[in-house]
Ligand binder design. Structure first.
Ligand code: KG4
Length: 342
């Protein structure tokens, strides 16, 4: 089954063709990051406009790269939640018209389910059940993936997402947006151990997390150094910051494995590209005898292929939309799309 899939939830316009949820035939991406970098973060209006400008030519490119014509496409899939509402609406509207024109089913896909499904593209043997650590720009969740379409949230952030925290820390360190990759590179210049940063615990919720205190601590350190003229060891701060994020994520996901008895863990989302967090996960999983799947870097960030991968399984579960499909800025990963309760 060949699926043409669209992803426009934030600042990446992405269109892909995938086969049977496991094979990438094409994966075209137009990143808007350089435009938003001028403002230090994503400007929603600009994102919607840029999606509108890019989506038609990117669709032609995705079909061309996959050596497909429109008549080869069996279904159309689209990210319908969560994300920037205006940005999501561009993808949803375009996908609806495409499905209508081609006379094929329209499959709505939850963005975070897509991130998890990126693992199906990289690892053909992987099947649920497993645990997923989903860490992106807007969300941070530990998910029990019971089946391809049945998920349970075990823990998550109570405030900022890990990616948001990376972007803010990078900004005060004078690094460009999005800050995850530059801060990862800067941290390699130091072995850290200079700055003591907080790792928060949520009372009574051992798998929940909080990143706002860490974010504030990094901002305060940078501002204090600026005001007093004190030298800031930027490399060490980057390294210590990542260590604090990792110390928040890794023990919790290991605890989740212990509580559920799951022996397989997948990482997902942009922050899963972080080299230090990847290494810490590897070390912890090795120690605990857990099988770890780390998607290749290009499948960690937003892409269209991951939406096509999840769509294959949503289709099999009967989650097919009609032309009344809408976009939603927020939506639980646990909630299925259905025509009765859209
Ligand atoms: O998954 P993603 O591409 O978009 C969302 O669905 O949100 O994640 C984007 C986030 C950004 O906050 C970016 O700074 C972060 O992923 N990121 C990283 C790295 N590469 C991207 N964070 C830490 N280390 C990285 N190497």
């Amino acid at each position: 089954m060949k699926i043409l899939s669209f992803e426009t939830s934030c600042d990446e316009t992405a269109v892909a063709v995938t086969e049977d949820g496991r094979r990438i035939l094409s994966d075209a991406i137009a990143s808007q990051a350089p435009v938003h970098a001028l403002y230090g973060g994503v400007v929603p209006e600009i994102a919607s406009r840029a999606h509108t400008e890019a989506i038609a030519s990117l669709t032609a490119q995705a079909l061309r790269d996959a050596a497909c014509t429109r008549s080869d496409i069996d279904a159309v899939a689209v990210t319908y939640a969560p994300g920037l509402i205006g940005a999501l609406l561009v993808g949803v509207s375009f996908a609806k018209s495409m499905a209508l024109a081609l006379g094929v089913p329209l499959i709505p896909v939850h963005h975070l389910r897509g991130h998890i499904a990126a693992n199906y593209l990289a690892f053909p043997e992987l099947e649920p059940p497993f645990l997923a650590l989903t860490v992106s720009g807007g969300n941070t969740l530990i998910v029990d993936v019971e089946s391809y379409t049945r998920m349970k949230i075990l823990g998550g952030t109570r405030d900022d997402a890990a990616g948001e925290c990376f972007d803010k820390a990078a900004r005060v360190l004078g690094l460009p947006y999005p800050g995850g990759k530059p801060i990862d590179e800067l941290a390699r210049e130091s072995s850290g151990g200079v700055y003591k940063l907080p790792v928060a615990h949520v009372d009574g919720a051992p798998l929940d997390m909080s990143f706002s205190g860490l974010k504030t601590a990094v901002v305060n350190l940078a501002h204090h150094a600026e005001q007093t003229g004190e030298a800031l060891d930027r490399g060490a701060l980057a390294r210590d910051f990542i260590a604090a994020v990792s110390a928040t994520l890794v023990p919790r996901v290991m605890e989740a494995a212990k509580l559920t008895g799951r022996r397989i863990l997948c990482a997902a989302g942009g922050v899963a590209a972080n080299s230090f967090i990847r290494r810490d996960l590897q070390d912890a999983c090795e120690r605990e005898g857990i099988r770890l799947y780390l998607p290749p870097l290009k499948l960690c960030g937003d892409n269209g292929a991951m939406i096509g991968a999840q769509a294959y399984y949503e289709y099999q579960a009967g989650h097919i939309a009609d032309m009344s499909l809408n976009a939603y800025a927020t939506r639980e990963i646990t909630r299925d799309w259905s025509p009765e309760t859209p």
